[in-house]
Design a protein around this ligand. Structure first.
Ligand code: PLP
Length: 471
């Protein structure tokens, strides 16, 4: 037995499934988890000394690579001052100023300890602000594991084949309405049925928990590649950066079809509902201003997690002043946290966000890298005639094992997960660590080099060249 296997046997006796979050389980890919001992740059090393090129990046936070020196030093300095005070601190003020000073529509922000908490609190604020109960979410979008949002929630739930979680009373989800991602008509129907009852529409601006499913955009050249809308010439021209949110002329011409996010914006405005962008993955990843800036669509509330904590347990929700002023202690919407705004966590997040803010070229390079890498993957898929789809948006992307374009939850589910499992094992045996589930993204970081990515592309080509993947 390897050390990872030994540890996993011990883990299974004392931790459900041996893991502290289901997405870390390797069950759906027929493996047992590698126990990770350390990580630096683009690589992770397990307890047996195996080194892997990492495409999970702690599920997003490690946009600068693992063990970034400035982040590490900031954490060490903060530790020397004490781990927690349960009192207000300067770093929290600096963090809030950094966010509110840069992010459109975020006038005020509240720090919490996870993405789940951020979303749960944002929903409460939206309900408190509107005095309405119902919320609209999209099938296949994941917004953390709070009761009201565990309805067709993608990601870990999807991998485990659980439509909705056990242990969630019906009463908790009776006000949660499900709509179809990329289908504005499905949202419009809900608004027509409940014109005065919907408090909020919550969306992952780029679906990243059912695999990667970008929104139909009202603008061309947004740097997102949908399986069915990617123009071949653009794919072949992947080395050319495309400026986000604008067409070649730098205009923002609307196509005839309204963009999905733009459409949600107008429906929310029309019916007086709060539009919540769950930017736990897209925030500070598509660009410093997240999906709002990338697609040029305004949200009323935004939730953050992952990158904002640089690997520490952090989340945040923020938005329009009139909504955020409903939150306690100024307003009647109660929300609290003993360790919220923890000084060590703030130090880590502040260090990472400061680097990202001061170096906007990081995003140009990262998105260009994504366009080249996923564009090349798509080309390889075409050359090998494999029945796969490559979806991507900036540094996020994934490959679906289906001949159908993937634009929503139903089409994502057509992917052959047994083939994904085989693909996963091929990659892992070649020391490439990708998500142990079809329904997750690949996360590119600053630390991945072109040479490393080129090697990965060849490994994928080798895999897709096998006969079983011919159409
Ligand atoms: C990860 C994630 C969450 C939950 O964040 P946790 O920190 O795991 O609680 C919420 N929304 C989205 C879009 C996520 O990807």
């Amino acid at each position: 037995m390897t050390k990872s296997e030994e540890l996993f046997v011990r883990a299974c006796k004392v931790i459900p499934g041996g893991v502290n979050s289901p997405v870390r389980a390797f069950g759906s890919v027929g493996q047992t988890p590698r126990m990770i001992a350390s990580a630096h740059g683009a690589y992770m090393t397990d307890e047996d000394g195996n080194r892997y090129l990492d495409f999970v990046g702690s599920w997003g936070p490690m946009i600068l690579g693992h063990d970034e020196p400035e982040v590490r030093e900031a954490v060490i300095r903060a530790c020397a001052d004490g781990l927690s005070f349960g009192a207000a601190t300067k770093r929290e003020v600096e963090m809030a100023e950094l966010i509110c000073g840069s992010i459109p529509n975020v006038d005020m922000v509240r720090m919490v300890n996870s993405g789940t908490e951020a979303v749960m609190s944002a929903i409460r604020a939206a309900r408190g602000y509107t005095g309405r109960d119902k919320i609209v979410k999209f099938m296949g979008c994941y917004h953390g594991h709070s009761d009201a949002l565990l309805v067709q929630a993608g990601s870990g739930v999807m991998t485990a084949g659980i439509p909705d979680s056990a242990g969630v009373p019906q009463g908790c989800t009776k006000d949660t309405l499900s709509a179809i991602y990329n289908d504005l008509a499905s949202v419009e129907r809900l608004f027509e049925e409940f014109p005065d009852e919907i408090a909020a529409v919550i969306v992952e601006p780029v679906g990243a928990n059912m695999g990667v499913v970008p929104p139909y955009s009202g603008k061309t050249g947004d740097g997102c590649a949908r399986a069915d809308s990617l123009d071949r010439a653009a794919a072949e021209d992947f080395a050319e950066p495309v400026s986000p949110g604008s067409n070649e002329n730098g205009n923002t011409l609307e196509t005839e079809r309204p963009g999905f996010l733009e459409g949600l914006r107008s429906l929310c405005t029309k019916y007086g509902a709060v539009l919540i962008f769950d930017e736990v993955i897209t925030g500070f990843r598509l660009g410093f201003t997240g999906a709002q800036g990338y697609f040029g669509v305004d949200a009323d509330l935004v939730t953050y997690g992952k990158i904002i904590g640089a690997g520490m347990p952090v989340g945040a929700y923020g938005g329009k002043r009139e909504i955020m002023e409903r939150v306690a202690p100024v307003g009647p919407v109660y929300q609290a946290g003993t360790l919220s705004g923890n000084p060590v966590a703030m130090a880590a997040g502040l260090a990472q966000l400061t680097i990202l803010k001061e170096h906007p070229e990081i995003y140009d390079e990262l998105n260009k890298k994504g366009q080249w890498f996923y564009g090349s993957l798509k080309q390889i898929a075409e050359e090998t005639k494999a029945a796969v789809q490559v979806n991507s948006c900036g540094s996020l992307g994934c490959m679906f094992f289906t001949p159908e374009p993937v634009v929503d939850y139903a089409s994502a589910k057509t992917s052959d997960t047994a083939q994904y499992a085989e693909y996963f094992r091929h990659m892992l045996s070649n020391h490439i660590y990708i998500a142990p589930s079809q329904f997750e993204a690949m996360f590119l970081s600053v630390a991945h080099t072109r040479e490393e990515l080129a090697d990965v592309l060849e490994l994928v080509r080798k895999f897709l060249n096998k006969e079983s993947f011919m159409q």
